[in-house]
Design a binder for this molecule. Structure first.
Ligand code: CP3
Length: 349
């Protein structure tokens, strides 16, 4: 049985253009909100394999998507390291702040210690895999070291991540040590996800747009390149998608340096530019503005048509330029997916 998403990433000709959506499981779906309520909190949902499996599969029951993405969060690694993660209602994540060599030295980083805490995530991957239709691809993921480090340094979400960027400009030893620990922990985490059944991996660098020049190389390109290289040694057939959000034309340097198999682009990246500059080197994923999915109608469909025209169906994974927002009407997602399928059916020679 062919798998459109995996086939596209491994250079086989896919039976159709693959589609999935970042944050496709979540609060915009009433069935998610129901399970979330019974779970008694977001983290309980992530650490209860049957529930994590259930919410992972919910969007695939509603929509004709080509992939499931493990339901978890990029902040489970800092939590396993000992950062006391809490998700507060309407406030987002809160963590104990890291800001010195002593703080970094205190973090748990032994593989066995981390895996003891993270093992329910691997059980969720196995459960999802055994419930997934054969033509669907299972995506595992983690946050990129820079992005995860910013949450640890700022103690949560922050508007401009000033403490993290100042530490980067100062080339602080403790930041470099923290990034190294995150690289090692993330390799183990992703590797265990593959052993449990993940077929593609995505690394989310949500805040790489904070960086430029040499710092972009040091804190975004190099850590992701190190992860990709070790993962390829361990699992040569598992493609890696990189999402270095907000770096614009530096996407070409990112792809060259990291050697990712797929690159996920944010919506301000022009898709004609992506076709001319990225598609030869790797598969391109993206990049509809998630806000247009809230609006729906012609605004959404016109933006979608442009993306479909610009990017060839066998080298493109349709996705958003960032995660679905909770205000999204679920019917707009059905409209979107039907439009993509119809476009490709009628565009075929
Ligand atoms: O894509 C999926 O469907 C898989 C699950 C997934 C979640 N988070 C579930 C989630 C994935 C891939 C993530 C990644 C993630 N988490 C990122 C990188 C991608 C991005 O969006 O930039 C980041 C930065 C986080 C950190 C995070 N998690 C924040 C800042 C928040 C709070 C803000 C918010 O949207 O509520 C979360 C919570 C979170 N992660 C939710 C979900 C479904 C909402 C939790 C809830 O049910 O209340």
């Amino acid at each position: 049985m062919s798998k459109p998403l995996l086939d596209t990433l491994t250079g086989l000709s896919p039976s159709r253009r693959p589609v999935w959506l970042m944050r496709q499981a979540g609060r915009y779906l009433p069935e998610y909100r129901e399970v979330r309520q019974t779970a008694g909190g977001f983290l309980n949902l992530c650490y209860t394999p049957d529930l994590a499996c259930e919410v992972t599969l919910q969007p695939l029951r509603r929509y004709d998507l080509d992939a499931a993405i493990l339901f978890a969060d990029i902040l489970l690694i800092p939590q396993a390291m000992g950062c006391d993660l809490d998700f507060r209602e309407n406030e987002g994540p809160v963590l104990r702040k890291i800001g010195s060599a002593a703080d970094v030295a205190q973090l748990n980083s032994g593989i066995d210690e981390l895996n003891k805490i993270l093992s329910p995530v691997y059980d969720a991957v196995s459960a999802i895999k055994s419930n997934l239709d054969e033509d669907k691809t299972l995506i595992g993921f983690c946050g990129a070291p820079w992005t995860v480090a910013t949450y640890m340094i700022e103690g949560g979400t922050s508007v401009e991540r000033a403490a993290s960027r100042l530490a980067a400009f100062a080339n602080e030893d403790w930041l470099n040590e923290l990034v190294d620990k995150l690289v090692s922990a993330s390799i183990e985490y992703l590797s265990c996800q593959v052993e449990a059944g993940a077929e593609v991996l995505q690394i989310f660098d949500t805040w790489s747009g904070d960086l430029s020049g040499e710092l972009l190389q040091r804190y975004c390109f190099q850590p992701i390149a190190a992860m990709r290289s070790e993962l390829k040694k361990r699992h040569p057939h598992v493609p890696v998608i990189g999402f270095a959000r907000g770096i614009g034309v530096s996407q070409t340097d990112f792809v060259a340096a990291s050697k990712v198999d797929g690159v996920s682009i944010e919506w301000p990246v022009n898709t004609g530019w992506a076709r001319d500059n990225l598609i030869e080197r790797c598969v391109v994923q993206g990049n509809l503005d998630p806000l247009s999915l809230i609006g729906g109608g012609d605004g959404m469909l016109n933006a979608t048509r442009q993306i479909l025209q610009d990017l060839p169906a066998d080298r493109h994974i349709f996705n958003l330029g960032h995660g679905i927002r909770k205000e999204t009407p679920p019917e707009h997602v059905s409209d979107l997916v039907s439009f993509i399928r119809e476009f490709d059916r009628t565009a075929k020679p």
